[in-house]
Design a protein around this ligand. Structure first.
Ligand code: ADP
Length: 246
């Protein structure tokens, strides 16, 4: 089967500072990939390269078997960036309007049928924010806003959901609920790539782990990651203490 994401020998530098050094990995359909590593280890950079938001200095990236450069933004992919919890930059639209925009992205024009509106409303229900559909996006809590962006991705029928530390600033209870939602979306067939600094949260849920610190220290199933020294090696390189809030 064609991988959802195929990263081959990718290197990337910000000026003289190498952020990714010869990283290769694949994400298969249905995977729940946890992307872990210390602060500043290149996780966000790798995710941006995977989604075509940054072009690698060398190496190649394919999404769904196509060069990433030929991929239309927004098509088949939902991305919830680190900034999604921020109020700043949020468009002055209601939650329902935001989710319908995902449907626009899917149908490719701005006239939605009743079916399209129903699909958008179902996405709101799936992520549990049907009751706040008429609120403004900038009035939501960080956690609610994350859900709205996920609903938008569902409305666009995204096959891949990429999330960069989606629960920063979200309380523990909402966080557990949020991760249950991700698990059920994954069980319904959506491929997930998750950056999360709390290792326990990732190893409890992901079936695959990529552990990086500029170079790739582990890429494979979660069990073999837990049994390996990859994490301490990756953290040892920068001397940061591993986060285990579990
Ligand atoms: P992580 O997501 O693991 O915290 P990042 O991918 O954000 O790591 O960053 C990797 C490295 O690249 C860090 O050393 C960071 O300081 C640097 N970096 C990230 N973004 C930029 C940028 N826009 N310009 C220069 N350096 C950057």
């Amino acid at each position: 089967m064609t991988p959802v994401v195929d990263v081959r020998n990718v290197s990337f530098a910000y000026g003289d500072s190498l952020a990714l050094d010869d990283v290769s990995l694949t994400v298969e359909q249905g995977d729940f990939l946890g992307l872990v590593g210390p602060n500043g280890s290149g996780k966000t950079t790798l995710l941006h390269v995977m989604l075509g938001l940054l072009s690698p200095d060398s190496g190649s990236v394919e999404l769904f078997g196509q060069p990433v450069s030929e991929f239309e933004a927004g098509e088949r992919i939902g991305y919830v960036s680190q900034k999604a919890t921020d109020r700043g930059g949020t468009m002055p639209v209601t939650v329902r309007e935001c989710v319908r925009m995902g449907r626009f992205a899917h149908v490719g024009h701005s006239r939605l049928t009743d079916d399209d509106r129903r699909i958008a409303d179902e996405a709101l229900e799936t992520v549990g924010i049907g009751d706040i559909a008429d609120q403004q996006m900038n009035q939501l809590s960080g956690g609610q806003r994350q859900r709205a962006y996920i609903a938008r991705a569902l409305a666009s029928e995204a096959d891949l959901l990429a999330l960069d530390e989606p629960t920063v600033g979200v309380d523990a209870e909402s966080r557990d609920e949020f991760y249950r939602l991700l698990e059920s979306l994954n069980q319904s067939g959506i491929t997930i790539i998750l950056i999360e600094h709390d290792i326990g949260v990732v190893t409890d849920r992901a079936n695959r782990i990529a552990c990086i610190n500029t170079e790739l220290y582990h890429h494979g199933d979660t069990e073999s990651f837990v049994e390996s020294d990859a994490l301490s090696e990756a953290y040892g390189k920068t001397g940061e203490v591993v986060h285990h809030h579990h």
